[in-house]
Write a protein that binds this ligand. Sequence first.
Ligand code: PLP
Length: 400
Amino acid sequence: MKPTDKKKTYGLKGLSSVVSSIEVSAIKRVQNLASSSKGVVSLAQGTPSFFTPDYVKNAIKDAMDKNLTDKYTIGFGIEPLRVAIVNKLKKDNGIVTEKEQIIVTHGGIEGLMAVFMTLLNPDDEMIVLTPDYASHITQVKIALGGKSPTFVPLQETTKGWILDPELLEKAVTKKTKAILFCNPCNPTGKVFTKVELKEIVRIALKHNLYIISDEIYEYFLYDGREHFSTASFSEVADRTISVFGVSKSYSMTGWRIGYLVANKTLASQIFKIHDSLVTCPTAASQYGAIAAINGPKNEILRFKKEYEKRRQICMEELGKTDRLEFSAPEGAYYIFPKFKKPVDDFALALEMVEKAGVALVPGSAFGKGGENHVRITYCYAQDILREGLQRFVKYINKHL
Ligand SMILES: Cc1ncc(COP(=O)(O)O)c(C=O)c1O
């Protein structure tokens, strides 16, 4: 699965060099291939199997019936939603904010792009702790005019992925603007400990860096782990930009609502990009997000319990081959096994769609340290998950 074929030019002038430097994400490419091939089980994209909770859908219907959803809304997001977010951030994340610091976005991904475009010049550097969400890498590349971010790989151990603060600090140069990571992490399932976060905080303060903390999986942590939001450390609250959303927490990926928190000055600058990209978030979805965020947490707990069972299925099925090494994911809903033998993970992922009937994402898509791994998403129904895992294990037992 190498770069997309050169497109016909129709004799017209060339495109932006930035666009030419990026590719459609490996996740989408594997997903597209899977959907155009019959009978493939896809464990590629992180779309939860659950329906959006009824109380959320009812709030959307109600807002529609009241004709509240037909027009553009204020670009920052409607007042009751921003108030709900401020209260939630205080209660669940220990982040003290005012509504002027919040921008409601078209999914977390739009907020992230707006942040990168606000902060970065092509001459800057951005540190990304890897393996990391593939879209972060592409987005940063776009904002850096086609230049790759600086990858700082976490150390893979039998107990999970660990931050090496020395390695992180060594990667900082005069041009470094920010440190970006997701916690809990897609694709590794890593949850950053308080000690690790404090090291990131220390380095950001020492070198005057922004911190961009993607916490889209904030509620899915296992084995009694606790989620710490970087912006809850008061010494870095002003320099941290946090990204959250309802896509994963409430199984609302189709409704496209995320939100970001930044200091007031920064938020007003990020808004310029947000406004240029989307004008405002979808009105109907904002009413759903109010109901979700203000509502009870029992649906989140139900999802989490089910993910725990699905994580167990992954451990069981992957345990049936000696071709892999992996540790139990600490959070999110991805497992990221490593092939013991060196493989071309891109070629293998492609081959498996066609020959094994299972779609998984090649580890190289997630930056340095991701090579020779594969990402398996376990937010799918148990029978689908087990079938996909069994196809994968059978294939690698035979071919690796
Ligand atoms: C780490 C991370 N951040 C952000 C997103 C974007 O989510 P959304 O745009 O649906 O809020 C995803 C989606 O997979 C993700 O895994």
